[in-house]
Design a binder for this molecule. Structure first.
Ligand SMILES: CSC[C@H]1O[C@H](OP(=O)(O)O)[C@H](O)[C@@H]1O
Length: 342
């Protein structure tokens, strides 16, 4: 995140998680020293965002190994606990990938697992910086080398990663080059990652932004008020179909209609090469209360339920560019992640 606020940090015997459910009003932390606390934190979005979930999952294996030692679990019990972490949220491929990355170290003890998880954390931050540079250069080459009006959806910033951010990493790099006029941050109902988290990050970075209702995004784009949309991703299929926060496909459709670039910023760890297309991406459905509660009260009549998919899938034909840590693929023009690996 920044020098004084870190999204997540290994303390030697557990994870210190910035509690994103109470931002921006309060800066508080959750200490995860056992699997149950970590799984709850992932499910409640205390820690969230694909790359951040990958790092949390990796350190979660160290937590499980240490808890197994502490409580005398056998390997079967330990592995069942690790599976609970791996399956805590289904859409972001990074969570399972982070767990799988460090599993080979489980037999060497928690410290060995944590060391590999730290390597993953460090790689993520380096990768985000590279995504920022590649993305900013490609956007300026496509949209013009001038201060730009950028639209983003949800939060794909330092809070969603181990630091710097993916989509917001691109925005931070554009700002560093003096090429941000304004950022339109979709509020991103129902959990308001945009209004609460993206706005907080950009404000702290001194980057001009306005929050808008999700429903305003297509109109903002079609009225010519934005030059480019940049979003993150939770899982990208081999053909470039991209799962991201619900509402992303509406932004992509508007960008296509308006003829502005729709840019996905994500590390290769978010690409799932085993999936030929987005049809197989599991879409998390979250509790109805998240949609039906506003200001602590229920909005709809008691008999009315809610449909709350947390993600949607943007077809590859609408993805102008996928920016990774190794460069840019112009997906809608036929360069797909399954055909090219960085
Ligand atoms: C840099 S990935 C961020 C990605 O994750 C978010 O989902 P959630 O807040 O539910 O974890 C959203 O899809 C962001 O684009």
């Amino acid at each position: 995140m920044t020098s004084d606020v870190r999204t997540l940090e290994w303390t030697g015997d557990g994870l210190r998680l910035l509690d994103q459910t109470v931002l921006p009003g309060r800066v508080e932390y959750v200490a995860a020293h056992d699997v149950g606390t970590l799984v709850d934190a992932i499910r409640r979005l205390v820690v969230r965002g694909a790359p951040a979930l990958g790092v949390a999952g990796a350190f979660g294996v160290a937590i499980a190994v240490r808890q197994a030692e502490r409580e005398g679990w056998d390997d079967a019990a330990r592995d069942a606990a690790i599976a609970r972490i791996r399956e805590a949220r289904p859409t972001a491929v990074n969570l399972a990938a982070g767990v799988d990355r460090v599993l080979p170290f489980a037999g060497k003890g928690a410290d060995a697992v944590a060391a590999e998880a730290q390597a993953l954390l460090d790689e993520d931050v380096r990768g985000n910086r590279a995504i920022g540079v590649h993305g900013a250069s490609w956007i300026l080459g496509r949209a013009g080398d001038r201060p730009l009006r950028v639209l983003t959806h949800c939060n794909a910033g330092a809070l969603a990663t181990a630091g710097w951010g993916t989509a917001l990493g691109v925005v931070r790099e554009l700002h560093r080059r003096g090429r941000v006029e304004i950022v339109y941050a979709d509020e991103t109902r129902p959990l308001l990652q945009g209004a609460r988290l993206t706005a907080w990050e950009l404000d702290r970075a001194g980057i001009p932004c306005v929050v808008q209702a999700d429903g305003a995004a297509p109109s903002t784009i079609l009225r010519g008020l934005a030059d480019v949309a940049v979003i993150g991703a939770d899982r990208i299929a081999a053909n470039g179909d991209t799962a991201n926060k619900i509402g992303s496909v509406g932004v992509a459709l508007a960008c296509h209609a308006a003829g502005i670039p729709f840019v996905v910023a994500a590390p290769w760890s978010t690409v799932d090469p085993a999936l030929p297309d987005g049809g197989g991406i599991p879409i998390e459905e979250r509790p109805a209360e998240e949609v039906l509660t506003w200001g602590g009260t229920r909005t709809a009549p008691d008999r009315v339920d809610a449909y709350n998919p947390a993600f949607d899938v943007t077809p590859a034909r609408l993805v102008t560019a996928l920016v990774t840590e190794t460069g840019v693929l112009e997906v809608s023009a036929g360069s797909t992640p399954g055909g090219v690996r960085g």
